[in-house]
Design a protein around this ligand. Structure first.
Ligand SMILES: N[C@@H](CCC(=O)N[C@@H](CS)C(=O)NCC(=O)O)C(=O)O
Length: 317
């Protein structure tokens, strides 16, 4: 059977093997492997070479030799290129080791990474060893750092069900927020409309009150967890708190929608427009998404708190 070489054309490690095959006139078949296009990241390739690199020489079906210099030794065996005498043979081994330890990683590998733009060097940080990372795109190495070893990316393959589940979660949480907002505006009409007014007219004051409402429950439940009877009460408070984290932004988001629509379309339209824009902005600007959420949460929670307080003062129990 012909030898089969798994080979990446631009690789110097593969070139060494091709050179020797040509010099010895060994018939062989070449299988092109694109190391940039993920060819080495497939399960099939991992069975050929678990280290996912090139070159690989297939000696016979299911018998693969990896490591370029091991392949060179295999091919040169029995020829004048690999002498029999221990001293002469050790000279060959010396050069093979020198090439892999000193030339390949520190010169050839580094040049390759610099040329392909995978690595940019400047003065400061130096990573002596290899870097193996998981990501769906190439790493951007900070210009102030240097990686002397191999920089290898393993693709992150998100299962289809996880992608579908995360999209469904986004859609359902958006719909849930709007539906809950409409229900709240209908069932707790007075409270909701006062909260909306508070969020519109006094957002700063609402945010301060909101901060208190956000922080008090977790502090309150801590001692309750220490007593046996307090645990159910603490759990109820925590569940209410989690609901507040989800629904708290309602008045602030509705107020923003109302301002944008200049009062047209009523509360329902304001809620829908405000929610879509707010969630959309959080999705488009992930870096400030937390800030957008917190701002809406604090103003909204505080507006609910202020509205509840004013209702209680007007209709004491
Ligand atoms: N020590 C190995 C190094 C192999 C190696 O790094 N091959 C590179 C091409 S020069 C490769 O296939 N890299 C793919 C990757 O790292 O993802 C050998 O000499 O065979």
């Amino acid at each position: 059977m012909n030898l089969r070489l798994y080979d990446y054309a631009a690789s110097a490690n593969c070139f060494k093997v091709r050179l020797l095959l040509a010099q010895l006139e060994r018939p062989h078949e070449r299988v092109a492997v694109d190391i940039f296009d993920g060819d080495t990241l497939t399960d099939e390739y991992a069975r050929i070479n678990p280290f996912r690199s090139t070159p690989v020489l297939e000696l016979e079906p299911d018998r693969h030799l990896i490591e370029s210099n091991a392949i060179l030794v295999y091919l040169a065996d029995g020829t004048a290129l690999l002498p029999d005498g221990p001293a002469e043979r050790s000279e060959v081994v010396r050069w093979l080791i020198y090439e892999q330890t000193d030339v390949m990683p520190a010169i050839g590998g580094l040049r390759f990474r610099l040329q392909t733009g995978r690595l940019a060097l400047e003065d400061e940080a130096v990573i002596g060893g290899d870097v193996l990372y998981k990501a769906s795109s190439e790493a951007r190495v900070d210009p102030a750092s240097a990686v002397n070893g191999r920089l290898t990316r393993r693709d992150v393959i998100t299962p289809v069900w996880a992608k579908v589940a995360s999209r469904l979660f986004v859609v359902f949480s958006l719909l849930g927020f709007v539906v809950a907002g409409l229900l709240a505006a209908w069932v707790f009409r007075g409270w909701s409309s006062r909260a909306l007014t508070a969020a519109e007219q006094r957002p700063g004051r609402s945010a301060v009150i909101g901060l208190g409402i956000l922080l008090v429950p977790p502090i309150l439940v801590l001692p309750l967890f220490l007593t046996l009877v307090g645990i159910p009460v603490a759990l109820v408070i925590l569940i209410a708190w989690v609901c507040a984290l989800f629904l708290g932004p309602l008045p602030a988001v509705t107020a923003a929608g109302k301002r944008l629509l200049r009062g047209r379309g009523g509360v329902a339209a304001a809620l829908v427009v405000g929610t879509v824009l707010w969630r959309g902005a959080m999705w488009l600007l992930p870096l400030i998404a937390l800030l957008l959420y917190l701002a809406a949460l604090l103003v909204g929670l505080g507006a609910y708190g202020a509205a509840a307080w004013s209702l209680r003062r007007e209709h004491p129990a």
